[in-house]
Design a protein around this ligand. Structure first.
Ligand code: SF4
Length: 210
């Protein structure tokens, strides 16, 4: 790895995964800056970041002593040079996961370097996904229950092959709309849907974690 390459870092912190299959698992979160979308309910300020050299990122993450890393954003897969950074973590024994919107991948080979891939496609940009979805295989798909999510979820279930499919209730201004998410789940799971869609709550927010 070229330790002089710098990456756009919003924040690095230790917490418990709050959503999806790995809920409750201790991880270090590496949030990278920049995104290719601009979702109306986005809760992340991905525009404020600092360019930090790879060696310093490694040092900060190593300092937590937790060998599980979640790379998130913003949109991490549009970050150039990510491949080199991930190889370093893998060779140091890290379990490495990513959360991506799945629309674009700057370095296609990078997907092989993740132990766990969560794709969270956005219904508010459905047209872009209908035209081209870059990540079509994942361990987990997680769709936010927006108003137009029903048709989009059916499309996503066909387009992205995954082990698990989740509906995540939408949060706006601190209010999580669980009811709309549960109603959507009920409709999606009518008939013999395999695998069934599951509910994923943002438990970290409900219990006051980051
Ligand atoms: S894809 Fe994620 S980070 Fe980007 S704007 Fe949408 S919610 Fe925010």
């Amino acid at each position: 790895m070229n330790e002089n390459i710098s990456y756009p870092v919003v924040e690095i912190f230790r917490s418990l995964q709050g959503e999806g299959f790995n809920t409750g698992r201790e991880m270090v979160f590496l949030r990278l800056g920049g995104c290719n979308l601009d979702c109306p309910w986005c809760d992340t300020d991905f525009t404020r970041f600092e360019m930090i050299p790879a060696a310093e990122i490694m040092r900060r993450i190593d300092s937590y002593g937790v060998k599980a890393l979640l790379v998130t954003g913003g949109e991490p897969l549009i970050v150039k040079g990510l491949h080199a950074l991930l190889e370093k973590f893998r060779s140091s024994g890290y379990w490495v996961a990513v959360e991506t919107n799945g629309l674009a991948v700057a370095e296609r080979d990078v997907l092989k370097l993740f132990d766990y891939i969560t794709v969270s496609p956005k219904a508010c940009y459905a047209r872009l996904y209908y035209e081209a979805t870059a990540v079509t295989r994942a361990h987990e798909v997680r769709v936010v229950a927006e108003s137009n999510a029903l048709e989009f979820c059916r499309f996503v279930g066909e387009r992205i092959k995954a082990e698990r499919y989740y509906i995540s209730p939408c949060e706006r201004e601190g209010v999580i709309d669980i009811e709309t998410g549960v109603r959507l789940l009920g409709v999606l799971n009518q008939g013999d849907v395999r695998p069934p869609w599951l509910l994923s709550l943002q438990t970290h927010k409900l219990c006051g974690l980051r």
